[in-house]
Design a protein around this ligand. Structure first.
Ligand SMILES: Cc1cc2nc3c(=O)[nH]c(=O)nc-3n(C[C@H](O)[C@H](O)[C@H](O)COP(=O)(O)O)c2cc1C
Length: 188
């Protein structure tokens, strides 16, 4: 049983990465395998609506997306996390969701019945909207999303700020525990 945690910030070692690592650590404590996948520095472009994925399980765009899609397909659980950029998920996350979602949809709904959920972080505002964007993706693709003690969000601006957001850390830790619980039940 494996969970991949996708870090949708263009900034390496930032707040989003810390939160996803924290959640994955709580999942690893339950005996599941985990892998952190930072998107920073990768080339992930938006969907061009070419519809190549309707004919076969591939994307016509030659960038860094497809190996990540294969890791998502192989996983039992997927976390997608984004910092808030102008009230929204980042362009990296949007590109990933558009394209992996369409490939899955047209090739047997490969994400259906997996466990997944979002995490967002912002300096001040926009976490709710960003969580909604990510949640729509998880829901339309047939994921089961466990809860936590609050919505999966944290507050921070500069690198490391989020390490002082004790409630945010507790929320993502509990979310990780609940993901592991559900994945184990589904695999029992
Ligand atoms: C282009 C850009 C847009 C941003 N927009 C918002 C915003 O709308 N609301 C907000 O509270 N913070 C905003 N922020 C701040 C980030 O969400 C915040 O610094 C976050 O912790 C970054 O996460 P990271 O360290 O993982 O990159 C923005 C930052 C950047 C670079």
């Amino acid at each position: 049983m494996k969970v991949v945690g996708i870090v949708g910030s263009p900034r390496k070692n930032g707040n989003t990465e810390f939160l996803v690592s924290h959640a994955l650590k709580s999942i690893a404590e339950e005996g599941l395998e985990t892998e952190l996948i930072p998107l920073a520095g990768l080339d992930i472009r938006p969907c061009t609506a070419c519809m190549a994925c309707q004919k076969e399980e591939r994307c016509s765009i030659d960038d860094d997306l497809f190996p990540i899609y294969l890791k998502m397909k192989a996983a039992d659980g997927i976390i997608i996390a984004s910092p808030v950029y102008y009230g929204s998920a980042t362009a990296l996350v949007k590109g990933l969701m558009e394209r992996t979602g369409f490939i899955s949809r047209h090739n047997g709904e490969v994400f259906s019945h997996k466990v997944g959920g979002p995490i967002s972080v912002a300096r001040r505002a926009g976490q709710n909207f960003t969580l909604a964007q990510l949640t729509f993706w998880f829901q339309i693709l047939g994921f089961f999303t466990p809860g936590s003690t609050y919505w999966n969000m944290a507050v921070g601006r500069e690198r490391g700020d989020v390490e002082r957001d004790e409630e945010g850390l507790r929320i993502v830790r509990t979310f990780g525990k609940n993901m592991a619980f559900l994945i184990k039940k589904l695999n029992a």
